[in-house]
Ligand binder design. Structure first.
Ligand SMILES: CC(C)(COP(=O)(O)OP(=O)(O)OC[C@H]1O[C@@H](n2cnc3c(N)ncnc32)[C@H](O)[C@@H]1OP(=O)(O)O)[C@@H](O)C(=O)NCCC(=O)NCCS
Length: 223
């Protein structure tokens, strides 16, 4: 997302990260289960997106405009995520589902995106259905996902070295979500992130390295 054009010309060696094989996602935090999508999630996911689409998701999640307009579209998305996990050799991203541990209700999505094997790094993102916001679920899911990304492969993690998070400076709830993690703010690009309903806004970015994160307790290590 924030590739410098010249970055594309560097050889893809570097840390030469490779995904674990087999690859799965089954995570638990205090209040949440975060796991790989299954086909029988489709109806609930579609309903959650539809209910949350207009004023909640559309301003910030471009996929909400053209995707998940039908149950078939959501089913196709889930199939793609299942395929991503089933093909570790080409693994670059996966969307995952967030559930309430007590009620098993679908709460939203998280995921790992834009894996770069030469720096063993990835991006993460999140959304929470509209009627479940304001309870800290996004921060909890994000912290747990960071632990999955940065845990060693010998400990059921992806063994990555670095996680990036980007969002528009105009997206106050998202900025607050990341700020609660206390990870390092690394990027502030002025008017570089165009939001359809607003126009150019500032792009903010944060990063966390594997030796800065407590993967057992899902929080930043004391500095
Ligand atoms: C961003 C989002 C994931 C946050 O989810 P959440 O589970 O409600 O997150 P939290 O409960 O941790 O709340 C985040 C903070 O935003 C605050 N907040 C929520 N709505 C707000 C608003 N309209 N204005 C200002 N602050 C707001 C909350 O009070 C909370 O801050 P606090 O902990 O200091 O009280 C959710 O709003 C969402 O799905 N938005 C649409 C999709 C999106 O923007 N995804 C991120 C793309 S980068």
């Amino acid at each position: 997302m924030t590739h410098c054009q010249s970055e594309n010309n560097f050889p893809a060696v570097g840390l030469a990260w490779r995904a674990p094989n087999p690859l799965d996602c089954q995570l638990e935090s205090e209040r949440l289960i975060i796991r790989a999508y299954r086909l029988d999630d489709a109806e609930e996911v579609f309903t959650a997106i539809n209910e949350s689409r207009d004023d909640h998701l559309l301003p910030w999640m471009p996929w909400a405009k053209d995707h998940h307009r039908t149950l078939e579209s959501t089913t196709k998305y889930i199939c793609e995520q299942m395929l991503n996990l089933a093909t570790p050799d080409t693994f670059k991203e996966v969307g995952t589902a967030i559930f309430d541990k007590k009620t098993n209700r679908f709460l939203g999505g998280s995921g790992i995106h834009d894996i770069r094997s030469n720096t063993a790094s990835c991006e993460t993102g999140y959304w929470i259905r509209k009627d479940a916001t304001g309870r800290g679920y996004a921060s909890e899911a994000c912290a747990r996902t960071i632990s999955w990304a940065l845990s060693p492969q010998s400990n059921n993690g992806l063994g990555l070295h670095r996680v990036r998070i980007y969002c528009s400076g105009a997206n106050t709830p998202s900025v607050k979500t990341v700020e609660k993690l206390n990870i390092k703010k690394e990027v502030h690009q002025r008017k570089d992130y165009c939001i359809e309903s607003i126009g150019p806004t500032d792009r903010l970015g944060w990063g966390v390295m594997h030796n800065e994160w407590d993967c057992k307790n899902h929080r930043i290590l004391p500095q």
